[in-house]
Design a binder for this molecule. Structure first.
Ligand SMILES: [Zn+2]
Length: 281
C-alpha cells in the first residue's frame, strides 16, 4: 500500500465525503502509534512534521524514518512537510521523499502569498508532490506562540490564490487556532461555505486539537478533507510518559510502549470521528 501522494488521499476523501487526519509526529514512538492506529482501522492517514519542530526532530534524521514507516505500512500514507516557510527546507523535504509540502505565506499580503505559493507549486511538480497553501491567519502559530487574534480567510483571496497559483489544497482560517483553545472555538461555517465555492480544491483545517466531534463533522460536510491534529497527540504522549512514572514496571522499554500507545489512542479516536476508517481501499 504504502507511501502515496497526499492529493490522491484528499480526492478520495472528497469523492466519499470523509476527512483524512494529518497527524503531527516528532519521534519514532509517535510514528509507530500513528501507523498502528491507521492499520488497525484500515484508514489512510497523513504523517507530518512542521518546520518549527525541526530543532526537536531534525529533518535529515527524522524524514527517512517517516518515509520508511509509510512505505512499509499496510494502508496508504502520505508524508507531509507542515507550515514550510523556507523554500530551502521545503526542497530538502522533497529531496528526502516527502510526497506533500505546505507553503505557509499566509502572513504576507495576498500577492506575495500567490508568488511564493506559485514557486513551490513549480518546485513540487518536479517531484510529483502535492502542495498545500494557506489563506487567512489562524490564532497562534504552529508552536502555540504568537497572537491569538485570528483573521478569517477572505473567500475572494481564496479564489484568487486558487486561480493564480494552483495549489492542490488550501488551508483556511475559520475561527480555528493552533495549540490549546482558551475558550470553546466558534467556527464560522459561512467562511467555509464561501471558500468552498471559491476554491476548486480540497480544504484543510488546522488546529484540530480541541474542536468538538460535532464541529469536525460539520467541517467535513462543508468540504474540509485534511484535518491537522498536533497538540492533542503531543499531550497524549506526554500524559502517557507521566503515567509511566507511576507504573510498577519502570524501564525504558515500558516507557517506549506507553508513548506508542498514547499516540495510538489519540489518533485512533480522531480517525473514527473523521470517518476515514475502512477507506484504505
Ligand atoms: Zn497549522
Amino acid at each position: 500500500m504504502a507511501l502515496v501522494k497526499m492529493k490522491e488521499l484528499l480526492l478520495d476523501a472528497e469523492k466519499r465525503n470523509y476527512g483524512v487526519g494529518a497527524f503531527s509526529v516528532a519521534n519514532m514512538e509517535m510514528v509507530m502509534g500513528a501507523i498502528k492506529a491507521a492499520e488497525e482501522l484500515d484508514s489512510p492517514v497523513i504523517l507530518q512534521v512542521a518546520q518549527v519542530r525541526l530543532p526537536y526532530s531534525p529533518l535529515e534524521i527524522f524524514a527517512p524514518m517517516m518515509v520508511a514507516a509509510a512505505e512499509k505500512a499496510e494502508v496508504p500514507i502520505a508524508v507531509h512537510f507542515d507550515h514550510g516557510t523556507s523554500y530551502e527546507c521545503i526542497k530538502e523535504s522533497l529531496d528526502l521523499g516527502f510526497t506533500s509540502v505546505m507553503i505557509d505565506a499566509s502572513t504576507k499580503p495576498i500577492e506575495e502569498n500567490i508568488k511564493l505559493t506559485s514557486q513551490v507549486v513549480e518546485l513540487a511538480a518536479r517531484y510529483g508532490a502535492t502542495v498545500e497553501a494557506e489563506v487567512g491567519q489562524l490564532g497562534m502559530t504552529e508552536d502555540g506562540k504568537g497572537s491569538a487574534m485570528a483573521i478569517y480567510s477572505d473567500p475572494l483571496e481564496v479564489k484568487e490564490l486558487y486561480e493564480k497559483a494552483r495549489p492542490d489544497a488550501i488551508a483556511l482560517s475559520i475561527g480555528n487556532a493552533h495549540g490549546i483553545y482558551k475558550e470553546e472555538p466558534k467556527l464560522n461555517f459561512e467562511v467555509l461555505r464561501k471558500s468552498r465555492e471559491a476554491a476548486g480544491v480540497p480544504l484543510v483545517l488546522h488546529g484540530g486539537s480541541g474542536i468538538s466531534d460535532e464541529d469536525f463533522k460539520k467541517c467535513i460536510e462543508g468540504g474540509i478533507r485534511k484535518i491537522n491534529v498536533a497538540t492533542a497527540t503531543f499531550m497524549a504522549v506526554e500524559a502517557a510518559a507521566r503515567k509511566y512514572s507511576e507504573s510498577e514496571k519502570r524501564d525504558y522499554f515500558n516507557l517506549s510502549n506507553m508513548m506508542v500507545l498514547g499516540a495510538y489512542e489519540n489518533i485512533k479516536k480522531h480517525i473514527l470521528v473523521f470517518g476515514s476508517e475502512n477507506k484504505a481501499n
